[in-house]
Design a protein around this ligand. Structure first.
Ligand SMILES: *[C@@H]1O[C@H](CO)[C@@H](O)[C@H](O)[C@H]1NC(C)=O
Length: 265
């Protein structure tokens, strides 16, 4: 009898704990559906809670929270970003994580988390292409271009330099995401990654950024920035400086939401 009681009691415990898990899952799902029910058009899934957690875990893992201009996390949501047009693009960039190729500038480590917006879960084995201008705001044929695939945790990490601004838009980097680990597979996202103006202001004072003769456009003047940062979408890279020895380098975090089954190119 005692053993029957024990069995039933432990199975009751299992039911209880699975119910608790189920309850917390349901309340999250309810929040998501409320958020999604507000706009009249079908809205992309709201992964903001998952993105915030994902970003905090990545920050914590690096343990580099010494000096930053912004002590709070930016509003990080992963609703599907609107697609940007391909700009200064060269297809099939080399597969490499360090795309610096000797370009002088402030070292920039960029942690890009790719999330499946159907599930709000990290997307492994997605090929991420990254390209950007050098310190004086010029794109090259090979430098500062590359591609790498996301690891099992959905992260593609690049080593590059903080970009110098071009005259075409607010300071940004360019990104393209293939949902599978091949540069020749379809494209799930084309976008631009931005920075808050004070970061660009500060970096612009350093060599060789101070030789940049392009016209500086602030974020508020760029329609691409506006489109990529409205309706619950954020495309501003969250930045912090590495150690106290600014400008030793900057580390940036961004989460990009893609729908792997909806190709844009
Ligand atoms: C993304 O999520 C959807 C929905 O669960 C799933 O069917 C699909 O396999 C996922 N895609 C990848 C590439 O993991």
């Amino acid at each position: 009898m005692a053993s029957v009681f024990e069995r039933s009691s432990s199975s009751a415990k299992r039911v209880l704990s699975s119910k608790m898990r189920f309850t917390s899952f349901v309340s999250l799902a309810v929040l998501c559906s409320i958020a999604a029910a507000v706009p009249t058009a079908p809205a992309p899934k709201d992964c903001s809670a998952e993105v915030a957690k994902y970003n905090m875990e990545r920050r914590a893992a690096r343990g580099l929270s010494k000096r930053t201009f912004y002590s709070q996390m930016l509003d990080l949501t992963c609703a599907l970003s609107p697609e940007a047009t391909l700009e200064d693009y060269t297809a099939n960039p080399p597969i490499r994580t360090d795309i610096t190729e000797g370009q002088p500038g402030v070292a920039f480590t960029l942690d890009i988390g790719v999330m499946n917006t159907s599930t709000c879960k990290p997307l492994p084995n997605a090929m991420v292409e990254l390209w950007g201008p050098n310190a004086v705001g010029a794109y090259g044929t090979t430098f500062l271009r590359g591609a790498t695939k996301t690891a099992s945790n959905g992260i593609a990490e690049f080593q590059t330099i903080f970009p110098g601004f071009t005259s075409e838009g607010a300071n940004h980097l360019n990104i393209l995401v293939h949902p599978t680990a091949s540069e020749s597979s379809g494209v799930a996202h084309v976008g631009q990654l931005f920075f808050t103006d004070p970061w660009t202001d500060v970096v612009s004072q350093y060599t060789d950024y101070n030789k940049n003769t392009n016209h500086r456009m602030k974020n508020s003047a760029d329609p691409v920035f506006a489109a990529a940062n409205s309706g619950g979408v954020n495309s501003i890279v969250d930045l912090e400086s590495i150690n106290d020895d600014w400008p030793e380098g900057i580390i940036g975090y961004i989460t990009v939401g893609v729908n792997p089954t909806k190709l844009v190119a």
